[in-house]
Design a protein around this ligand. Structure first.
Ligand SMILES: *[C@@H]1O[C@H](CO)[C@@H](O)[C@H](O)[C@H]1NC(C)=O
Ligand SMILES: *[C@@H]1O[C@H](CO)[C@@H](O)[C@H](O)[C@H]1NC(C)=O
Ligand SMILES: *[C@@H]1O[C@H](CO)[C@@H](O)[C@H](O)[C@H]1NC(C)=O
Ligand SMILES: *[C@@H]1O[C@H](CO)[C@@H](O)[C@H](O)[C@H]1NC(C)=O
Ligand SMILES: *[C@@H]1O[C@H](CO)[C@@H](O)[C@H](O)[C@H]1NC(C)=O
Ligand SMILES: *[C@@H]1O[C@H](CO)[C@@H](O)[C@H](O)[C@H]1NC(C)=O
Ligand SMILES: *[C@@H]1O[C@H](CO)[C@@H](O)[C@H](O)[C@H]1NC(C)=O
Ligand SMILES: *[C@@H]1O[C@H](CO)[C@@H](O)[C@H](O)[C@H]1NC(C)=O
Ligand SMILES: *[C@@H]1O[C@H](CO)[C@@H](O)[C@H](O)[C@H]1NC(C)=O
Ligand SMILES: *[C@@H]1O[C@H](CO)[C@@H](O)[C@H](O)[C@H]1NC(C)=O
Length: 402
């Protein structure tokens, strides 16, 4: 039944006595798989794809990009098969022209969370059985693509739910990789212009250069020494908060972080990556300020203080970079803070906080997390925490402060 007349005709007409390989594409249960998944064929052999239920393709890709068609490669096109169809399944035949590997995928749902390829629907002819380009590695990278697509879809849908102004939102592509964090829809930055202005205050006159954008605060300081704005970090009930969590400040003002119970930080990040230290966009080196960890005992009555001077009118974004023993982060729980977030813009404080929870609200230990984009945080962070947890007793003793 798998041998369609057409396929036999081709084989018989061929002067080469090639073998015919029958590959089932999908099945009556609607599974997303090729069966068998890998074959070793000779030049001149025919590979006959028989399409079963659903709506699949057999499309040539490459080892490097398992779920993307390769230029000039064969493609069966979509082969829809109704759920109740029991015979006359459509087929598509290729001839093995040389001994090079042939990588194949189903392009249904391409580049979406529904990608069949991303669910592992791949096939290969003559893949190397050893080395880097094995079938297992090919299928793993297809599954990885699928996991990333699902993580970004989950993140985007959460981010979209907090955004009513889609015209102001742009897809953010860096500086992290989708493999590490997935992607989310992030409100575009306002257009800033750098303005140089002469400022006079009391008897002092000086020139200041600052960022100007819609809603930016006045560059004139509140006083020559600046106001002191106190922010309490954490609290005696284990709060994962900065209080207040958003403030307005002028240049020269001092943000005075007072650290309460647990073991928090005040660490500068960016709007687009709320839980990652602020980095130079070009060099990738960390440029943001950071208090370092400030452990405070449960019974403490004195609290360490760390001051940051505000130098500009541009918003400043902060988070706590502590993690809980389960690997989830204080930042992912919404422990963020902002100076001069423009409340009537898409980059307001609540959008920043929502993004922090969206991007990293799942446990870093991907293994214990289901759904919600957790797979996007997977391996590297998980490894990081298995290292931390192996510290055992010391870690347990410190856990009270986390
Ligand atoms: C098969 O899938 C393609 C791509 O998703 C779609 O354009 C086409 O309408 C589908 N055909 C049927 C009959 O569902
Ligand atoms: C399959 O189901 C469709 C309706 O869903 C029907 O029109 C068609 O006749 C059925 N085909 C067979 C072979 O039963
Ligand atoms: C997510 O958390 C991990 C550690 O759990 C951290 O390394 C990473 O920077 C965080 N990513 C984002 C986007 O916040
Ligand atoms: C705080 O509690 C710890 C034990 O939990 C104790 O060792 C320490 O002496 C206490 N400090 C004060 C100031 O009471
Ligand atoms: C923080 O700034 C305030 C106000 O200038 C000052 O009184 C305090 O000593 C500073 N604290 C630290 C730790 O620098
Ligand atoms: C403002 O400038 C001072 C002096 O250069 C620096 O110590 C401080 O970190 C700057 N503040 C920020 C938020 O970068
Ligand atoms: C805050 O930001 C969100 C997300 O960008 C946006 O939907 C909302 O309208 C903003 N709020 C205001 C008051 O502009
Ligand atoms: C900003 O902080 C104030 C308290 O200072 C609070 O009332 C307000 O809700 C905060 N804004 C957001 C968007 O959370
Ligand atoms: C994080 O892990 C803990 C412990 O495994 C679990 O109780 C919690 O539900 C997880 N949270 C998420 C968001 O997966
Ligand atoms: C504070 O947290 C950091 C990072 O998790 C950790 O290295 C340090 O040991 C903690 N300090 C205390 C006293 O718990």
């Amino acid at each position: 039944m798998f041998f369609s007349a057409a396929a036999f005709g081709l084989v018989l007409a061929s002067s080469v006595a090639g073998k015919v390989w029958n590959i089932d594409v999908g099945d009556t249960n609607g599974d997303t798989k090729f069966n068998p998944e890998a074959i070793f064929a000779d030049v001149g052999d025919q590979v006959v794809f028989t399409f079963h239920q659903k709506n699949h393709t057999a499309t040539r890709s490459s080892f490097a990009a398992p779920c993307s068609p390769v230029d000039g490669g064969f493609d069966s096109g979509f082969m829809p098969v109704a759920a109740n169809q029991t015979d006359s399944f459509p087929t598509y035949t290729i001839t093995v022209e040389d001994t090079n590997p042939i990588w194949v995928f189903c392009r249904q749902g391409e580049n979406t969370a529904a990608s069949h390829c991303g669910k592992g629907m791949v096939f290969a002819v003559n893949c190397p059985s050893t080395g880097a380009n094995t079938f297992d590695n090919f299928k793993s990278s297809a599954l990885k693509i699928g996991a990333d697509l699902q993580a970004s879809a989950a993140a985007a849908s959460t981010a979209a739910a907090t955004s009513t102004d889609s015209s102001a939102a742009a897809a953010y592509t860096g500086p992290w990789t989708t493999a590490d964090y997935g992607t989310a829809t992030i409100a575009a930055a306002p257009t800033e212009s750098v303005v140089t202005e002469t400022v006079s205050l009391d008897s002092a006159v000086w020139t200041t250069t600052y960022s100007s954008y819609p809603g930016s605060p006045d560059p004139t300081p509140s006083s020559l020494t600046g106001n002191v704005i106190k922010v309490v970090v954490g609290g005696s009930n284990g709060e994962l908060t900065f209080s207040p969590d958003n403030v307005s400040a002028s240049p020269r003002d001092i943000i005075s972080f007072e650290f309460h119970q647990k073991n928090h930080t005040a660490t500068q990040s960016s709007f687009a990556a709320p839980c990652v230290r602020l980095k130079d966009a070009t060099t990738g080196s960390v440029i943001g300020v950071d208090s370092g960890f400030m452990p405070v005992d449960a019974n403490a009555t004195e609290f360490p203080v760390w001051n940051v001077t505000v130098n500009d009118t541009a918003p400043l974004w902060f988070y706590c970079r502590q993690h809980k023993p389960d690997g989830s982060s204080h930042c992912g729980a919404g422990m963020v803070f902002a100076v001069n977030a423009v409340e009537d813009s898409p980059r307001n404080f609540s959008a920043f906080k929502a993004l922090a929870t969206t991007l990293n609200g799942t446990n870093a230990t991907g293994a214990t997390t289901t759904g919600n984009g957790g797979s996007g945080n997977g391996a590297s962070a998980g490894n990081m925490f298995s290292v931390a947890l192996s510290v055992g007793a010391a870690f347990a003793a410190a856990a009270v402060l986390l």
